[in-house]
Design a protein around this ligand. Structure first.
Ligand SMILES: [Zn+2]
Length: 220
């Protein structure tokens, strides 16, 4: 999934309002952020192959460290442990915050499982791969992802309050931008190279995360 991952961040804000939406967005997109580094470094590998699926045209050749179920669980445990140990804020339930952050990390695998072809490595060994393949149905896929993001926005707006202009309209505006960018990624031809594709997606993700840190402070 592309921008749909952010929906889980928006929804999980309701579970722990002390957490910045920016941190939740990092957690929900952690697998892709890790891939941004390993993909550009050549440690993990994707290829652009027309027809692999109709949304991204990406063949996920080797990405056990960022996207396998085992790796996702390890990343989730690691993030949970950090939030359990480090006192980011005083006087609040650290175990709840840790659990919410870990859930956010795990949500990435669940959503990718729905859209990917059976290329998601379960054990990290390449022996057992899964995926329901929604990315073979372009319009259905875009609709599902968009509805998910809008549902996330709705939950977020219900569970937080904004009084300033940016507080009230900032997050709906960011969601609208994400829906447009998602349409560009979904319906436009595949990028010229793998590197271009990774850099393009990382720019969208990091820009969204930065905006979420800023906009979330405008809501209480
Ligand atoms: Zn992913």
């Amino acid at each position: 999934m592309i921008v749909g991952h952010f929906a889980f961040g928006l929804i999980l804000k309701r579970a722990d309002k002390s957490l910045s939406l920016g941190l939740l967005f990092i957690a929900t997109q952690l697998s892709d952020l890790v891939f941004g580094v390993t993909g550009l470094a050549g440690i993990e590998k994707i290829n652009i192959v027309a027809g692999t699926n109709t949304v991204t045209s990406i063949e996920y050749a080797f990405y056990p460290y960022s996207h396998s179920l085992v790796a996702t669980i390890i990343w989730a445990a690691l993030i949970g442990l950090i939030f359990l140990i480090v006192p980011f804020k005083s006087g609040q339930s650290r175990s709840k915050t840790a659990l919410v952050m870990s859930t956010a990390v795990i949500s990435h695998f669940i959503l990718d499982f729905i859209v990917h072809n059976p290329d998601l490595d379960v054990l990290g060994s390449g022996a057992y791969k899964v995926g329901l393949g929604l990315w073979n149905y372009t319009y259905v896929s875009y609709t599902v992802e968009s509805l998910l993001l809008l549902a996330g926005l709705w939950v977020y707006l219900k569970s937080t309050k904004g009084s300033t202009l940016s507080g009230k309209y900032g997050m709906p505006f960011l969601t609208m931008v994400l829906l447009i960018l998602s349409a560009v990624v979904t319906f436009m031809p595949a990028p010229a190279s793998v590197q271009t594709g990774i850099i393009m997606l990382m720019t969208i993700y990091l820009g969204t995360i930065a905006a979420a840190f800023w906009l979330d402070r405008k809501r209480t």
